[in-house]
Design a protein around this ligand. Sequence first.
Ligand code: C5P
Length: 426
Amino acid sequence: MSWHENKRVLVGVSGAIAAYKSPALVRCLVQRGCEVRVVMTRAAEQFITPLTLQAVSGHPVCRHLLSADTESGMGHIELARWAEVIVVAPAGADCIARLAHGRADDLLAAVVLAAAGDVEVAVAPAMNRQMWESPATQRNLAELAQRGVRIIGPAAGDQACGETGPGRMTEPDDIAAELIGDAPPLLLDGVEALITAGPTWEALDPVRGLTNRSSGKMGYALARAARDFGARVTLVSGPVTLDAPNGVRRVDVGSAEEMLEAVMAEAPAADWFIGVAAVADYRPARVAAHKIAKKDARMRIELVRNPDILAAVAAMKRGPFTLGFAAETENVIAHARQKLTSKGVDVMAANQVGSGDAGDVLGGDENAVTLLHKAPRRGDVALEKTDKYRLAVQIIEHIAPLLAARRRGGGGGRGNDGTGGDRSGA
Ligand code: C5P
């Protein structure tokens, strides 16, 4: 399993002193691109607060079986179906016994019991060395192992109770590495990434407007991937139904003009601007103060051109490195190359959209692009069709060295990476 796969991981926290390490585990998993939900037992709350785990996971912690008050809105069956991986860390001696015996009288035990065969279940034991060595615990662990539950650790060493021996919970980063693999390399460490995503909404009146079918998925995938590679990410988003990725700052906007304003406020601090938004080319010349009533058989709407946000950022003196997206249905490369030049961007991602296939890419989970460079000596780079997160990862792996070379080249100006000349005249 790798962090590329963006797994849904449920972290179960039981009552043991090592629960203080559970927030670190959640962070390690989030860093590896996982979506994480946390279930706590009542005993765990004696050691750590749900609020801490909510803050690091970005979701309310699930604590109660049989409650309509479910903070998350998910019952034990729903949680068990949601999870691709369940890891109980720390798993105290009592918790291990309860899981081994198939108990279902608290949420964590019930979720593990309800997990289907394809869910990977792991426990990271943590307890006093004597409790660990007791035949009862060992029998319970053997039972779990026989059912396919992975036992991670424990490590040996100093214990909270003052004794020394086996029973220390494995370190969070090692648990995450064992489950998901190594953390992504921090290719974007220290990089401020500014991303636009989604459609814009150009109002006609208080209830109607012009928009398009952009789902925001590509921009949100880039935001998530950039975060995973260590960037600080600001996402200026048009109206979409997606949740902001954990740790990403989202600025919600409606119209192209609002998007421009938000972007220009953030752009001076950005190292990398990625324009993925499907910005409306035109907006109604007038916005009616009240709902427009129907009258004649025909009506005309006058439209005026919207500002080009990407071009505006690319024209900034000492502005960020710019990446645009050009979704085309025909002459893909030629049209995208025209836009690369006319907008003055550093790299343009030409969307490989076959005619009639545009709907697939706009709302779908997959995409393919060819990266075209302003720098004349850089060839085109074709990235094959894959899910949008993986594509985002490949785009970042390609762009990160260009960004790094540019930064080495000094400040916001052009470096010696061949990404182009000085833009101050653009
Ligand atoms: O719509 P068009 O094909 O010109 O879009 C290409 C790129 O320009 C995209 O990256 C899009 O986000 C950006 N764009 C923009 N402002 C506009 C139109 C497009 O930033 N008004």
